[in-house]
Design a protein around this ligand. Structure first.
Ligand SMILES: [Zn+2]
Length: 217
């Protein structure tokens, strides 16, 4: 299935269904028990990533169905009033008992670029405002970067770091740590240009470095 084929095909919808048949045939050829093994899921990882179509969790980590529990939204945000994200996080931590939660951003993120500008986009401005809040917190560092691309790249990284921090602030993660459940949170940024992941090295498995006001005791 090449890009040209996709562009020329007015019924790309049907290409998806054909692709599904190919997926089933290939999976069963590799392992006749492939689908039987997926009767129960036991993923060790929750992925919180951007909805961007170029950043699919399984492909870029060379993993298979069943190995990563996934939540995606615009600009990989962890917003503490987002019932969707909280429900996914709660299920992942308290039912699936994942060992790792990874916030994965990506350089060139359209959501971050939009948040750095002044154009009004409509409803989404309310979502993007969380990224503007990240900019405000780190304005001194960001304003000192003259190159616009480098400044955008840094905001992508800082947005991931702040959302890792937001994860740590949730009662879901703090209660897991309180009860001794092994759980680490991490921040990564993916490069669409190279395909490589940049580990921001902000991994943590306790609330030692958290501002006191956010700690639940
Ligand atoms: Zn994005």
């Amino acid at each position: 299935m090449c890009a040209q084929h996709i562009e020329n095909n007015e019924t790309f919808y049907n290409v998806l269904l054909e692709g599904n048949k190919e997926f089933v045939a290939r999976s069963l050829a590799d392992d006749p028990q492939f689908f039987d093994k997926l009767a129960v899921q036991n993923p060790p990882v929750l992925w919180i990533g951007c909805a961007d179509s170029r950043v699919p969790a399984n492909q870029i980590t060379n993993t298979k169905p069943g190995e990563i529990f996934v939540h995606r939204n615009i600009a990989n945000m962890v917003i503490h009033t987002d019932m969707n994200m909280l429900s996914v996080l709660d299920y992942a931590v308290n039912v699936l008992h994942v060992k790792h939660v990874i916030v994965t951003g990506h350089y060139g993120c359209g959501g971050v670029i939009a948040a750095m500008g002044h154009q009004e986009f409509g409803l989404i401005d309310n979502w993007l405002r969380h990224i503007k809040d990240v900019y405000r917190v780190h304005a001194a560092e960001l304003d000192a970067i003259e190159d616009e691309k480098k400044r955008t790249d840094r905001l992508v990284e800082l947005n991931v770091i702040e959302n890792v921090y937001n994860l740590c602030k949730t009662t879901i993660v703090q209660n897991a740590w309180k009860t001794g459940q092994p759980l680490s949170v991490h921040g990564w940024v993916y490069s669409i240009a190279t395909g490589l992941i940049n580990d921001l090295k902000v991994s943590t498995s306790n609330n030692d470095k958290m501002d006191d006001v956010f700690k639940f005791r």
